[in-house]
Design a protein around this ligand. Structure first.
Ligand code: SF4
Length: 260
């Protein structure tokens, strides 16, 4: 039995921990749990805070990310795919959907895995990757395991020894607890929680229409490029809803063409 075939359990000898941080409240909760856990790890364990900029983020996110990394003495790792959300959207001429969630795979998982693979040597042989999913967010998340193998793990030692565990420490917590953790860490909730329920990409296709309208109202300038992109590719944001329709019917600014 070796590290791969043996039982999957949290270890106390990770060489690096990487906290995936979106600036949202669930990843703040995950950060709090990660900081608790880090106290039990060797002092030399490297600690990283990782943020993936999809290109559809709130403008303040990058600043918030660096502030948090500095406050908790974590090494900041800001990742961007070479093609942004907009580049890929214009290229594919289709918005992502449940069947083809290309945004997550290119702009989040893909860049993260690429960075881990490229930095195995610096990260050391045993890495813990920490994310903030919660079961009550969606039926898909409800099925996630708390601890799993992250895909960058080397299954054989042919290319070297490297294991990466994927830990979801707040899976069974409720959202209210995440805000409590934020308070404890003195990290104020992202301002978007004043008008939306999730801190995701600003015009995420899985967001409720009413929240997209709120994002458009609060960030009308940022909305423009997505409205124009939708017209350009002639493919609606959701199956039965276009961003332009939401804008025209709900936002005060000059109406644009409707493409439904
Ligand atoms: S938040 Fe939404 S749009 Fe952004 S990567 Fe995730 S699923 Fe895609």
């Amino acid at each position: 039995m070796n590290e791969i075939t043996g039982p999957l359990e949290l270890r106390d000898d990770y060489t690096s921990i990487i906290v995936s941080y979106s600036t949202g409240i669930d990843s703040t909760g995950a950060l709090a749990k990660a900081l608790e856990l880090a106290k039990k790890l060797p002092r030399k364990t490297k600690k990283f805070l990782l943020y993936c900029d999809t290109g559809m983020e709130y403008k303040i996110n990058t600043g918030l990310f660096y502030q948090v990394a500095k406050a908790f003495k974590l090494v900041p790792v800001l990742l961007q795919n070479e093609k942004t959300f907009l580049d890929i959207l214009l290229e594919r001429q289709k918005w992502p959907d449940m069947k083809n969630r290309w945004c997550t795979s290119y702009l989040k998982t893909g860049v993260t895995d690429k960075w881990i693979r490229a930095n195995r040597h610096m990260l050391g042989e045993r890495v813990l990757f920490i994310t903030g999913e919660r079961r009550d967010e969606s039926p898909r998340r409800a099925k996630y395991p708390e601890l799993d193998w992250q895909s960058t793990t080397l299954k054989t030692e042919r290319k070297g020894r490297f294991i990466c565990h994927w830990y979801r420490p707040v899976l069974d917590f409720e959202k209210g607890k995440m805000f409590e953790y934020g308070k404890k860490l003195h990290i104020p909730p992202h301002p978007c929680y004043e008008y939306v329920n999730r801190c995701s990409c600003m015009f995420c296709v899985f967001m409720m229409d009413k929240h997209t309208i709120e994002n458009m109202k609060n960030h009308p300038q940022d909305a423009q490029k997505w409205l124009q992109a939708e017209l350009k590719i002639n493919h609606t944001w959701k199956n039965k809803m276009s961003l332009n329709k939401l804008w025209n019917e709900n936002c005060e600014e000059a109406p644009m063409n409707i493409i439904v």
